[in-house]
Design a protein around this ligand. Structure first.
Ligand code: NAD
Ligand code: ZN
Length: 251
């Protein structure tokens, strides 16, 4: 909140390497939004956050870098189903199946070295498909569109992802786009996290991480079913708040 013409009131953290010093007068400019900030203020903001390789402009909230989460290893599978969802009579359904096995918490989790449990897996989720998307899938005559494994090596997954985006490019629509963005969120480990379930109160368990999924197909007993005319729009804004936007799908 200081004037940019005055030095930053933050100091260089003593933990930073010698020779990497930033002067208190140095001002930086965010590339996309153009907002300006003292570099030492920017560094303090990063060090006081989750340090996940991303930074958000404090003026306009634009996200820089890639925000990643702590979702444990698992599998995301995508299937096409002919049956329509309530409220979407004109198209079939995309079924996503998330499978995560129990494991031991890593340093990024609340209790490193302790086990985590996985309740209610595999979790089945549903999205409306569209006319175009279904036609392409029929031609490929395969029920299984794709399967993504989350390994330590994220680079190979990204390669796999990009080739898939190209292949499905022709059938991208608002509905398909949600699926593509969920794949990006999965690879960035943002769909689930390890924590306390607000439904069951159980600790050290795998829980949803703020990107809402529809887990009921033909009923709506939990409130996480159809019809819900605002769902696609809501999930797009939840994805955006994690830095997953249309821009992530551009080659
Ligand atoms: P949570 O209860 O901590 O909630 C986190 C987020 O997930 C919240 O935004 C919440 O609105 C949403 N959510 C809660 N229930 C949901 C559901 N059924 N479908 C879609 N979203 C839901 O998260 P959690 O513990 O990961 O999810 C709780 C759900 O997981 C339960 O409703 C249940 O379906 C399932 N579960 C099953 C078992 C089992 O043994 N079968 C055990 C625990 C949880
Ligand atoms: Zn900005």
């Amino acid at each position: 909140m200081d004037q940019l013409s005055n030095p930053s009131s933050y100091e260089m953290p003593s933990s930073e390497e010698a020779g990497q010093s930033i002067l208190p007068e140095t001002v930086g400019k965010f590339i996309k939004c153009g907002h300006t900030l003292h570099m030492l203020c920017m560094l303090a903001m990063y060090n006081n956050g989750t340090k996940d390789g991303s930074l958000q402009c404090p003026s306009c909230k634009t996200i820089y870098g890639e925000k990643t989460g702590t979702q444990p290893k698992g599998k995301m599978e995508i299937y096409s189903v002919a049956q329509s969802l309530p409220g979407h009579p004109d198209c079939g359904t995309i079924q996503i199946i998330y499978s995560i096995p129990p494991g031991i918490q890593g340093p990024e989790h609340p209790n490193p070295g302790q086990p985590y449990t996985c309740r209610g897996f595999p979790r089945f989720c549903f999205l409306p498909d569209n006319e175009k998307g279904r036609k392409v899938e029929k031609r490929t005559t395969t029920f299984l569109v794709t399967m993504l494994m989350l390994h330590i090596n994220v680079i190979s997954l990204l390669t796999q992802h990009h080739s898939m985006v190209t292949r499905l490019d022709l059938c991208l629509s608002a509905r398909r786009q949600v699926l593509e963005l969920l794949k990006v969120a999965w690879m960035r480990r943002l769909i689930f996290t390890v924590g306390t379930s607000s439904t069951t109160g159980e600790q050290d368990t795998v829980v949803w991480n703020g990107i809402h999924h529809k887990t009921e197909m033909m009923s709506n007993l939990s409130g996480h079913g159809y019809p819900d005319p605002n769902y696609l729009e809501n999930v797009l804004s939840e994805l955006a708040s994690q830095g997953v936007t249309e821009d992530c799908l551009k080659p």
